[in-house]
Design a protein around this ligand. Structure first.
Ligand code: HEC
Ligand code: HEC
Ligand code: HEC
Ligand code: HEC
Ligand code: HEC
Ligand code: HEC
Ligand code: HEC
Length: 376
């Protein structure tokens, strides 16, 4: 079950220019921090205003099929305002024992369908709002509260208790089990440094500005324009002609490597890991699918042509596929009809995933499939 939402209307767009530009998209991709984007856009802006975000509903007007399948993808639910979800109803009046080091968390409804938490026995005044929830709920939703510190920077609090498997289970946030509590705030959760907070919001939203303890210009979730870039110019040109010029993946420079950088920007690439982690490949690395894929012979020995979209429709959720669809790509390369790759001597029809990229349990019942495809 996904949480039902009362979605805010998307920001309307004004001031679209009449000059063609479509350079921004690839810059977004090659650029995890997004910093260069602003610079490049500024230099382009000398000749024309930059393309701006129009919101996925506008894309949906012409690309209905992609719009509808994206709506069922985890990407469409990575960042929520808690008051606009069912989470307050799930948590209200519950109390959850976080264990010896943390205490008992007591939840209560606030005004306007908001949700607050208080730790029993802790400072009576300390009632904390649970502002944002990250994750679609398929695996988990973790709460985030923003606050401004004395030096003016915006920090975050990742709450101790998360919601698992579509609201059916509440429990300690993954990774919090052995945390120590050094400040009163840490009873409630892990404090997050400003730069980490920026990154966290960057990966879970299409665009957002974090400033003065708040988020502005928020377009939540991983929507069309997170991957394809701000779309106002494309929309303007597509309204003028049925054959608009290349915009995003239609550009000549778009290739496997661009895609790897795009997906890997959030799903992680080897560059964000230590050499030791890479060498030892602990089970926790299975969360980072690109890292595993890059180690596979399917990738290394296919001229590096294997990419995420060989197996995944970027708009369609993997959870919606049946068993046959999930192994279609394996059979395309390893089946009888393709003599250029070796077949499986054990079972060349079914069960490829279970034997060659099994699901590995992380904790709280969350499983990730090991994308290091190999014989084990
Ligand atoms: C007025 C109709 C219209 C709207 C609105 C629209 N598109 Fe398109 N789009 C088209 C047409 C027409 C094409 C070219 C034919 C095709 O590939 O379907 C196209 C092609 C594309 C392509 C593939 C070709 C390329 O150059 O990359 C992508 C990706 C794309 N659109 C994304 C988007 C996104 C994202 C939005 C919302 C920001 C959007 N479109 C809004 C009509 C539209
Ligand atoms: C801006 C960050 C970001 C980018 C870019 C991104 N993802 Fe994701 N992806 C996420 C997050 C966050 C989730 C978790 C959604 C959830 O909580 O269920 C996710 C979930 C997924 C899932 C599992 C959920 C489902 O419904 O299938 C797949 C598969 C996936 N991404 C594939 C891709 C592929 C392929 C690309 C590149 C074309 C990509 N992602 C690019 C952030 C991103
Ligand atoms: C580098 C990008 C990135 C950053 C930074 C990031 N996330 Fe995520 N997050 C993802 C991706 C990708 C997924 C999807 C994991 C998957 O399904 O493979 C995800 C999934 C999740 C989920 C769903 C549960 C799960 O494991 O699938 C939660 C909850 C979550 N993130 C919370 C957070 C919080 C809280 C922060 C900041 C403290 C954060 N994330 C920072 C990319 C990121
Ligand atoms: C996670 C990243 C991601 C998101 C989110 C995303 N796309 Fe795409 N899209 C891609 C990639 C990658 C391709 C190229 C697919 C390929 O090469 O097979 C693509 C291809 C396309 C195309 C051209 C091929 C086709 O399927 O018609 C269109 C049009 C398009 N996307 C529209 C959209 C729209 C509309 C949305 C939002 C509803 C959206 N995309 C969301 C990554 C994304
Ligand atoms: C783009 C084509 C391609 C796809 C798709 C593909 N593979 Fe491969 N795979 C290869 C190539 C190339 C090799 C190296 C051996 C060879 O040339 O056949 C390989 C090797 C393997 C090996 C032996 C690896 C080792 O290190 O011992 C296994 C097991 C395997 N693939 C399973 C799978 C499974 C399961 C899938 C689907 C989830 C899959 N492959 C999808 C191309 C592919
Ligand atoms: C050879 C096929 C193949 C390739 C290539 C591939 N995946 Fe997957 N992926 C799968 C299969 C199969 C599943 C598990 C489906 C299921 O739930 O049973 C999966 C699951 C996922 C999930 C859901 C969480 C999990 O690990 O179970 C995410 C996220 C994901 N893939 C991201 C990616 C990204 C990002 C890339 C590119 C770096 C990629 N995948 C490349 C086949 C592939
Ligand atoms: C019951 C587990 C199991 C299933 C199901 C299974 N495999 Fe295998 N596969 C193996 C084992 C074990 C080997 C190593 C066999 C050996 O070396 O004698 C292997 C080897 C391979 C190889 C390497 C062959 C070589 O000569 O190097 C490929 C490729 C492969 N499997 C692909 C697949 C594909 C594709 C599927 C699904 C259609 C699949 N496997 C289903 C267990 C399995």
């Amino acid at each position: 079950m996904r949480f039902l939402l009362r979605l805010p209307p998307y920001v309307a767009v004004a001031g679209i220019s009449s000059t063609v530009i479509f350079a921004c998209t690839l810059i977004v991709r090659s650029n995890p921090s997004g910093k260069l984007l602003a610079q490049e856009t500024a230099s382009i802006a000398n000749t024309a205003p930059a393309a701006v975000y129009v919101g996925k509903q506008v894309c949906g007007e012409c690309h209905q099929e992609n719009y509808q399948s994206h709506a069922k993808h985890g990407h469409a639910g990575t960042f929520f305002d808690v008051s606009q979800t069912e989470l307050p109803d799930i948590f209200a009046s519950q109390s959850i024992d976080g264990g010896e080091s943390f205490g008992v968390y007591q939840y209560a409804l606030g005004s306007n369908h908001s949700l607050n938490v208080q730790v029993q026995g802790a400072d009576q005044d300390a009632v904390l709002p649970l502002q944002y929830a990250l994750g679609s709920g398929h695996n988990a939703q973790t709460f985030l509260t923003l606050f401004q510190s004395d030096d003016g920077s915006t920090r975050g609090l990742e709450h101790r208790i998360s919601c698992y498997h579509g609201g059916t289970q509440l429990g300690l946030t993954v990774g919090h089990l052995n945390k120590s509590v050094d400040t009163p705030m840490e009873i409630y959760g892990d404090e997050i440094e400003p730069s980490t907070l920026q990154r966290c919001i960057y990966c879970h939203t299409t665009t957002a500005e974090v400033r003065s303890g708040a988020i502005t210009n928020l377009v939540a979730n991983v929507n069309c324009e997170k991957c394809h870039g701000p779309g106002s110019e494309h929309v303007r040109l597509a309204r003028e002609s049925p054959t608009p010029p290349p915009y995003s993946v239609g550009q000549a420079t778009w290739d496997s490597e661009s895609e790897l950088q795009l997906c890997g920007d959030c799903h992680r690439l080897p560059r964000s890991l230590s050499k030791k982690e890479l060498r030892e490949y602990p089970n926790t690395l299975t969360r980072f699918q690109p890292v595993g894929m890059l180690m596979s012979n399917c990738y290394l020995k296919s001229n590096r042509q294997l990419r995420c979209t060989t197996c995944h429709d970027p708009h369609g959720s993997v959870h919606q596929l049946d068993e046959v669809q999930k192994i279609e790509a394996c059979r395309d390369c390893h089946g009888e009809s393709n003599p250029s790759h070796v077949p499986c001597p054990v079972n060349n029809q079914t069960g490829c995933i279970e034997c060659h990229m099994p699901a590995i349990d992380q904790s709280q019942g969350i499983k990730f499939h090991d994308h290091w495809i190999r014989v084990r």
